[in-house]
Write a protein that binds this ligand. Structure first.
Ligand code: IDP
Ligand code: MG
Length: 152
């Protein structure tokens, strides 16, 4: 079977502290995406600096590193048709003040410095981030019994 699209989603430390992990996972399950990888970890600055390499020069970068290392994160890989873009829409605008109600950020956050969740922003970004956070052996190819109710 051809490899379908995958994206990286992470519940950030504020989301874990606020016990939102279950509700966030539920949204992606309910939509019809398939969970193929999941782990909880305390992120190292080294991993984060690679993850956020494009933001290194931003004024908020030091506080972003501090926030993201302030506690554990739950990181996941979700699979499905158009999953990268669909999950970005489900997560909502980077700045919760501009995020629509019904999105994760629009429902659970108010300020850009504590926006609860990460989602890859492109196919290339997703591939890069998945390789950074997961080893290939930790991503599971499994058959979902609902497949024919979700896809043609
Ligand atoms: P994204 O998470 O929606 O892809 P990016 O621009 O890639 O947004 O920024 C990564 C993360 O950096 C954001 O999710 C947020 O946690 C943080 N961030 C972005 N802009 C600001 C800001 O202006 N102030 C504080 N933190 C910010
Ligand atoms: Mg981003």
């Amino acid at each position: 079977m051809a490899q379908v699209e995958r994206t990286l989603i992470a519940v950030k430390p504020d989301g874990v502290q606020r016990r939102l992990v279950g509700q966030i996972i539920q949204r992606f399950e309910q939509r019809g995406f398939k969970l193929v990888g999941l782990k909880m970890l305390q992120v190292s600055e080294d991993l984060l600096s690679q993850h956020y390499c494009e933001l290194r020069k931003k004024p908020f970068y030091p506080s972003l590193l501090h926030y993201m290392t302030s506690g554990p994160v739950v990181v996941m890989v979700w699979e499905g048709h158009n999953v990268v873009q669909s999950c970005r829409v489900m997560v909502g605008h980077t700045n919760p003040a501009q995020a629509q109600a019904g999105t994760v950020r629009g429902d659970f956050s108010v300020h850009v410095s504590r926006n609860v969740v990460h989602a890859s922003d492109s196919l290339e970004g997703a591939q890069r981030e998945i390789q950074l956070w997961f080893q290939g052996k930790d991503l599971l190819n499994w058959d979902c019994c609902h497949h024919t109710s979700t896809y043609e």
